[in-house]
Design a protein around this ligand. Structure first.
Ligand code: SF4
Length: 74
């Protein structure tokens, strides 16, 4: 299993990444909506709980997380 992304990591902070999308800073990231989460993001490579993300090589993000690079999985 990959180590989890640290929310305090500079990349995570700059992209507004949170393990729980409900805690995203809405003032800084107004595009975030409740239906956007890592589990349905085009960059997510994981399963039901945690998985890789091409934005954070070697680390795992939470399926219920979110960051500003979110893109709809098609
Ligand atoms: Fe989650 Fe997508 Fe951001 Fe990766 S790019 S942290 S999968 S929202």
């Amino acid at each position: 299993d990959l180590p989890h992304v640290d929310e305090a990591d500079p990349m995570a902070v700059s992209m507004g990444y949170k393990h729980d999308g409900a805690t995203v800073d809405k003032a800084k990231f107004p595009r975030h909506t409740a239906d956007m989460h890592c589990g349905v993001c085009a960059l997510y490579q994981g399963g039901a709980e945690w998985g890789g993300c091409s934005l954070f090589p070697g680390k795992a993000v939470n399926a219920k997380g979110w960051c500003n690079a979110w893109e709809k999985k098609v």
